[in-house]
Ligand binder design. Structure first.
Ligand code: SF4
Length: 273
């Protein structure tokens, strides 16, 4: 059964970056080319999730590294088009080495033998009253004996410089809001682990932080619905345009996006006109 449309941190961040990007991804659902970096992230997440299937004493760097190739073959069986990412076996081997380096860095940040997550790739969903359906997948959830909750997220990129990382912070506060509302307990710690350079970012959300993120989400949703009612999602040019898959369709670069009616936009968002 198809899932109801919902707002995730990634889609919310898309709209904050560029309303047209959000529209082309979420409403038009245009296909995008596979990205080597994103696929590497998927593989590393898969291996780290499965690591906790092993008995604690077997959660070693070697066992994680050994799981890379089977994980990749599993991904390839589900989506054979991924094979196009690597020109030949040497390119694939170099890419798997990169994934191995991310896992090596992971083991400098944590000792998974000492952790017993209560959730991995945990699906969370919350209907905000008079607002959007919110949805997310949390990489790892742990509950301490005193009931305190820690949420963790793995990033295969670098630690953002000071005063950056707003997208990542927003994502974690978004998850914290969902967990707080669903479990009735505010997470004590939100941890971001950056596996390219071994950085980490710890956030301790306060009640005010959660109230603020709810306010931001509601304001953003109002903007999204207003854009859908007008059938007009404006492009917002930035240096991130260099990584956008939709440049050819973007008016900022001489393109023309497909026509969009308000009815179709509202329907795709699950909003009744
Ligand atoms: S190229 Fe830039 S402005 Fe155009 S849709 Fe993509 S992100 Fe938005």
């Amino acid at each position: 059964m198809a899932r109801r449309p919902a707002l995730s941190p990634s889609r919310a961040n898309d709209f904050r970056q560029c309303p047209l990007l959000f529209r082309l991804r979420t409403i038009d659902r245009l296909p995008e080319p596979k990205s080597s970096a994103a696929t590497l992230g998927t593989l590393v997440h898969l291996v780290l999730e499965r690591l906790f299937d092993l008995p604690a004493e077997d959660r070693t760097e070697d066992s994680a590294a050994r799981a890379l190739r089977p994980g990749w073959e599993e991904m390839l069986a589900k989506d054979p088009a991924l094979a196009e990412l690597h020109a030949d076996d040497a390119a694939l081997a170099a890419w798997l080495d990169e994934a191995r380096a991310r896992l090596r860095t992971y083991f400098t940040l944590e000792n998974p033998m000492r952790l017993e997550p209560s959730g991995r790739e945990e699906f969370v969903e919350l209907q905000l009253e008079d607002g959007p359906l919110l949805r997310g997948i949390i990489d790892r959830v742990e509950v301490a004996p005193d009931g305190s909750i820690r949420l963790s997220d793995y990033k295969t990129g670098r630690t953002p410089p000071p005063n950056y990382g707003q997208k990542e912070r927003f994502q974690m506060r978004f998850y914290a809001l969902l967990v707080d509302r669903i479990r009735g307990r505010r997470p004590a710690l939100l941890q971001l682990l950056f596996l390219k350079d071994g950085g980490r970012l710890d956030l301790r959300p306060t009640p005010d932080d959660l109230a603020q993120v709810e306010f931001e989400i509601r304001a953003l949703w109002d903007e999204i619905v207003a854009a859908a009612k007008a059938g007009a999602f404006r492009p917002q040019r930035s240096k991130l345009c260099d990584w956008c898959s939709f440049k050819e369709l973007c008016p900022e670069f001489g393109g023309t996006p497909p026509a969009l009616s308000p009815e179709r936009a509202l329907d795709a968002l699950g909003v009744t006109a």
